[in-house]
Design a protein around this ligand. Sequence first.
Ligand code: SIN
Length: 542
Amino acid sequence: MSGDIQVPIPVNEPVRMYAPGTPERTALKAKLKEMASQEIEIPLLIGGKEVRTGRTAKNVMPHKHGHTLATCHWAGQTEIDAAIKAAQEARKEWSLWPWEERASVLLRAAELLATTWRDTLNAATMLGQSKTAHQAEIDAACELIDFYRFNVHFAERLYQDQPLSAPGMWNRLEYRELEGFVYAITPFNFTSIAGNLPTSPALMGNTVVWKPGRTTIFSGYYIAKLLEAAGMPPGVINFVPGDSGQITDMVLASPEFAGVHFTGSTPVFQSFWRTIGENIHKYRSYPRIVGETGGKDFIVAHASADADALVTAIVRGAFEYQGQKCSAASRAYIPDTLWTKMKDRLLSEVESIQMGDTTDFRNFMGAVIDEKAFKKITSYVDNARNSSDADVLVGGESDGSEGYFIRPTILQAKRPDYVTMCEEIFGPVLTVYVYPENQWAETLELVDNTSPYALTGAVFATDRRAVTEAHAALRHAAGNFYVNDKPTGAVVGQQPFGGSRASGTNDKAGSGLNLVRWVSARTLKELFVPPTDYRYPYMGAE
Ligand code: SIN
């Protein structure tokens, strides 16, 4: 605890635009070319050592799945065990470092990422996750830089939060790391989340076993190397690609398991919770369970909404990054009067979207992440095509021959409980339900009750009373609630991100609320001059 330490005040990393003719565009294109021309081998990183098992899996480009980017070594029982041991060993020293020394590793990582590593992480994300230059920039560069700089600032505030001391004594809170190791399981859709889930517990003195997403070991590896270049000591974060079930079973069976930091699907998260419950008697402490999972994110428009703003929010909110953001809009409720005014413009905007290889900067969308996602998303569209309860208004075409491409699709549901209004699809499919204008209050109720999730949502209205009504009716329907803005694009330090209900534990990534989950406070009370007589004054003779 060093109360007099002042970390640099964070500011959000400016977003580079990559417009034609700019040096940043030239540099990024050169890096894309270089990385696409190589096929790298990715080892596990355990206790600072590279480990090659010979059991491998491939990472490919989703928009050109015949092109392999990396051959990745896969952990087995021996390596998982070694990673758990390496984390425990590293904790002995790392947890005792002054917190500002740990912070400086992340501040250096942020600085490297803002400068010499920026193109590498952006290009890895564009090639391996099929993000456009803009989507990669706001994720792999800006958001990850922000996570590192802002988390340090939030940690400083947390450490400074100290109790009062009555005269003659000194009370302190010591923010210890958790007693054990933390398991970080990261998703494919955000490089920044992959970079944040292992490092936010590490900043607070924990050591980590990190299982990167199966399809994104490529960008994950570069994050691990960035952290190494920033001075992260060996064993603090152990990079362990492998079979999710096997790693999870071994990690959750360890008595030293102290917490899980997860982003992924709701069923997987719930299965972790069940296993942790079954193993609870084995653990040294009650593990911290922190997870951000699914969503069925909504846009609800009032009759007073600005139609053009609504159209733009729908296009960006539903289709950027192919609808694969946890926050992506996937159901919209629009009053009949407004729908008549905006439908044609919305459909023609969606028709105009260019999709393809993300190294072609004219594209607004790339491919979905893999074949499994491609099949799942297209099955929803095919079912809608054959259903009397829904119409395909635009899109619906798909082609998986070279890359996993699905055109941005808008369905119109005739019933508000049609399956695509309720279930998470995680792809470029938005379903619209057109409601009678005079049923605003009933529609807000529908929005609230239609899905088990509560991640993001947006209301569009110019009538302030309608906004106030939506605030109240949808109070628990979204952890990130937007007024006259799309429900995606949360910025660290500005809109802390996370949802409740089936969407997760709402421990807001990129905020002090998250960091507090990774410490176990010890209260210290010290008397300067302790009493030497057990008798209290009231006991004196009259
Ligand atoms: C996400 O975590 O999926 C997205 C964050 C955002 O777009 O606001």
